[in-house]
Design a protein around this ligand. Structure first.
Ligand SMILES: [Zn+2]
Length: 262
């Protein structure tokens, strides 16, 4: 006789415990970026039974997204990424209340910042800068899990601006100035098309990165013993399959004045 089916949450509950799973499911999560990382993070959280998720991205589904974005289909080319994900979740996780925002994070409504945690799944440094500035300007600052992908590595930083290093503590004044000389309002896809060859990217690397992002989000939301990654950066190098964790220290001369004042 096969064991009785314990329901959709059975295995998740066995893994996390009922109380911790309940805390995760009741949380309000903001995911900024609906590309390769955003797809996977939304997938992981929705499969855990999350009930409230806000998703922000201003890009459209393109053919080159289809090698690594689990929710995009060939018949959705040109559709807003957040809408493509909304359609998929309506079938896969109908109980999830998704708030999709087809715009840049700068133009998103104020209500997105009511989130308990923020998953930063972008390849735009301007988006990182804006999220950092916005959180530093608030009294109630959520934890942020920031994912970044390189050609052969990924890095995930767990931080709370104002308490740990902020998202721009490592920037030099020269880098900061150069960034703002670029055309800020273009979508990241358009920027990459015009300024450089398409970035190499493969689904297993984005799955690994978003797996770490999701695990850190769950650790933050579930409560209990704080994750050892808080204030740290977890880096995975594909060549050599090497993973390392290092603390990221606050910069007293951070380019962001609000960070220096905290
Ligand atoms: Zn800083």
């Amino acid at each position: 006789m096969p064991p009785a089916d314990g329901g959709r949450d059975d295995r998740s509950r066995r893994h996390l415990g009922a109380e911790r799973l309940d805390r995760v499911q009741s949380a309000n999560v903001l995911v900024v970026g609906a590309g390769a990382l955003g797809n996977e993070v939304v997938k992981n959280l929705s499969l855990l039974g999350l009930k409230s998720l806000t998703l922000v991205d201003m890009d459209r589904v393109s053919l080159s997204n289809l090698n690594r974005c689990v929710y995009f289909r060939p018949d959705q080319l040109g559709l807003p990424k957040v809408e493509a994900i909304r359609q998929a979740l309506a079938v896969q996780s109908p109980d999830l209340k998704l708030q999709p925002h087809d715009c840049s994070v700068e133009d998103a409504p104020e209500s997105i910042w009511e989130a308990d945690v923020v998953a930063l799944c972008v390849d735009s440094q301007l988006a990182r800068y804006y999220v950092n500035l916005n959180i530093l300007g608030r009294e109630r600052r959520p934890w942020v899990v920031n994912g970044a992908m390189g050609r052969n590595f990924h890095q995930v930083q767990v931080l709370r601006p104002g308490e740990t290093a902020c998202l721009v503590c490592s920037w030099t004044p020269e880098y900061h100035a150069e960034l703002f000389s670029r055309e800020a309002k273009k979508s990241c896809d358009t920027f990459f098309e015009e300024h450089r060859a398409p970035f190499p990217s493969i689904s297993m690397l984005s799955s690994l990165c978003s797996g770490v992002i999701s695990a850190e989000l769950v650790a933050l939301l579930a409560g209990g013993e704080p994750s050892a990654s808080r204030g740290c950066s977890v880096r995975y190098e594909q060549a050599g399959h090497h993973m390392s964790v290092g603390r990221v220290y606050r910069n007293p001369r951070c380019v962001e004045v609000l960070c220096r004042r905290c």
